[in-house]
Design a protein around this ligand. Structure first.
Ligand code: GDP
Length: 364
């Protein structure tokens, strides 16, 4: 569940990353820590756990978290080993998704590496390096797979997929623009190509434009481009986010309200990242703590239980589940939930849903 923050120099990556690490580190009772200087761990905002904790009189609230990696060092020519190019690309290979920060703010004091503000050119510069690296990898792989396919016809799908991928890359388009079958998707995952990774574009705008979103012409262009890749765009002002992250939680809301914003850009980014990774949360609630847990969409009850403890997965008997919304609709009263049959007993084949409030029964 790692996301990598990438982008050209001076677009606001470090500023955004600082906001991320400060927002995480500040919550002293959360199990967060900064593991390496370039890793930031942040809480996934979830108002449901706050509300559940009130009902259960919980002593502690533990949100779930995701990790952002600050992958600095991209310059033109990275795929040819310019600058820290190879190291940079290797770091991207290790993350599951990419947060691509593009500069949409004007500021004569902050030099742009290319001299002018042009987010589409910047996106292209970064994406081309990723695509060139993918092409190199695919060309090598194609030779090997073609050879092997002579003796093993089942490899033909892979050969065709590689050829199709090379063609799209030659057209200057990312792998993620390809429509793939399930089979092809599985092969693609094993290839771990950089331009196939899910992506979010972060348009970094000035303070004024965050409030008056329609006013920034660059953002519109980024949105149009992102749409061609089916990608989401989050508009933030990294500078404001950094300021917000230094405030106490009560002050944060006041600050946002003053600006006329419902939510911080960082919170929006975290939520969008969670969706991008195909993640959902189930919840556990009780007096000691109310907690959110991260699972992949499609996870079955025993494996979800395993997130809490491997013993619970091993000795899994059943899950007692109620949807968060159902529980809230009856005022959070579990006794009423039982009477009304809203508390369900689910077995080993149950696929967990986002917002399930769960109690697992297990053999020790
Ligand atoms: P990086 O090289 O991509 O990590 O960029 P930095 O985060 O170091 O930002 C480069 C410069 O741009 C710094 O001087 C920041 O203060 C400034 N900057 C970053 N975000 C914003 C923003 O949202 N608005 C304005 N006006 N300046 C910003």
């Amino acid at each position: 569940m790692k996301l990598g923050i990438v982008g050209l120099p001076n677009v606001g990556k470090s500023t955004l990353f600082n906001a991320i690490t400060q927002a995480g580190a500040e919550s002293a009772n959360y199990p967060f820590c900064t593991i390496e200087p370039n890793v930031g761990v942040v809480a996934v905002p979830d108002e449901r756990i706050e509300k559940l904790a009130k009902i259960y009189d919980s002593k502690k609230i533990v949100p779930t978290s995701i990790e952002f990696y600050d992958i600095a060092g991209l310059v033109k020519g990275a795929s040819k080993g310019e600058g820290l190019g190879n190291k940079f690309l290797a770091h991207i290979r290790e993350v599951e998704a990419i947060v691509h920060v593009v500069r949409c703010f004007e500021n004569p004091d902050v030099i742009h590496v290319e001299g002018t503000i042009d987010p589409l050119r910047d996106i292209e510069t970064v994406n081309i390096e990723l695509m060139l690296s993918d092409m190199e990898l695919l060309e090598k792989r194609l030779q090997r797979t073609q050879k092997a396919a002579k003796g093993d016809k089942s490899l033909n799908t892979e050969v065709e997929l590689i050829e199709k991928s090379l063609k799209i890359l030659e057209e200057g388009k990312s792998i993620r623009t390809l429509n793939l079958t399930e089979d092809e998707n599985n092969i693609m995952k094993s290839l771990n190509l950089l331009s196939s990774k899910p992506i979010i574009y972060v348009a970094n705008v000035s303070e004024d434009d965050v409030v008056d979103k329609g006013s920034n012409i660059y953002v519109q262009k980024v949105k149009e481009f992102a749409a061609t890749e089916g990608a989401e765009v989050i508009v933030v002002s990294a500078e404001i986010e950094e300021e917000i992250s230094q405030l106490a939680p009560e002050e944060r809301n006041e600050f946002l309200t003053d600006l006329g914003l419902a939510e911080s850009g960082l919170d929006k980014l975290i939520k969008a990242s969670y969706r991008l990774l195909g993640l959902i949360s189930f919840l556990t609630a009780g007096e000691p703590e109310t907690r959110a847990w991260t699972i992949k969409k499609g996870t079955l009850a025993p494996q979800a239980a395993g997130k809490i403890h491997s013993d619970i997965e091993r000795g899994f008997i059943r899950a007692e589940v109620i949807a968060y919304d159902d529980l809230m609709a009856i005022g959070g009263n579990l006794a009423t939930a039982k009477e009304k049959g809203l508390l369900r007993i689910e077995g080993k084949e149950y696929e967990m849903k986002d917002g399930d409030v769960v109690h697992f029964r297990f053999n020790v």
